[in-house]
Design a protein around this ligand. Structure first.
Ligand code: GSH
Length: 197
């Protein structure tokens, strides 16, 4: 089987979560990293004009959550019970909502500060509470690591690492299960092996 994952040449966001899932699953894949100069030519050829895409024996799969679900289903990293699986997919969809809702694009710095502080107090706090309520600990499904945990890890890594100006990482101290999930995924040998490589 030939598998390649195409994403931008940086380790973050939707590309990182797919790369990590493939690593945790033990899949031998081609890690295709798109450089800035290639992007304008590549974009019109992509199903939705966006990355990541996974190619499996010439068949192309877009959308990070679909890729994660496929990798999880084929490697024991996604629940077999349909309702539990759908709940994991809902959590992964909520990460996409979060990525799309965080204010910033096109705002002046002072407007961005106001908008982000309000977002942190409002939508983001509610998101954190809901996700926390869905975590048995340390992972969503207790001791079993699934692709949902990897997607949550990558977004939490960004927030806890202070990637988003005007959103204080300390706000997440109110939801200790989120930090515990982050730390448990971070401690996985496959995750450290990839991040340190
Ligand atoms: N829902 C899609 C979103 C894909 C997406 O927006 N990818 C970004 C990178 S993380 C991208 O390709 N941005 C460049 C563009 O849209 O021109 C997914 O989960 O994969």
């Amino acid at each position: 089987m030939s598998i390649s994952l195409t994403y931008f040449d940086f380790d973050g966001s939707r590309g990182l979560e797919c790369r990590l899932a493939l690593k945790v699953a033990g899949v031998d894949f081609d890690d295709v990293r798109v450089k800035r100069a290639q992007w304008l030519d590549l974009k019109p050829t992509l199903p939705y004009g966006a990355l990541p895409v996974l190619d499996v024996d010439g068949s192309r799969l877009p959308h990070s959550t679909a890729i994660l679900t496929y990798v999880g289903r084929t490697h024991g990293l996604h629940p077999s019970d349909p309702l539990t699986a759908a709940k994991h997919e809902a959590l992964m969809s909520s990460v996409e909502d979060l990525r799309n809702k965080v204010p910033g694009g096109g705002l002046m710095e002072d407007e961005k500060k106001t908008a982000r502080e309000a977002f942190a107090e409002g939508w983001l706090s509610r998101w954190a509470q809901t996700v926390s309520d869905n975590i048995q600990g340390p992972f969503v499904e207790g001791e079993a690591l699934n692709v949902v945990d990897i997607k949550l890890y990558v977004i939490l890594r960004a927030y806890l690492g202070g990637t988003y100006d005007h959103i204080d990482p300390a706000m997440f101290e109110a939801w200790p299960k989120l930090k515990a999930l982050h730390d448990a995924v971070d401690a996985q040998a496959a995750v450290q092996g990839y991040l340190q490589s």
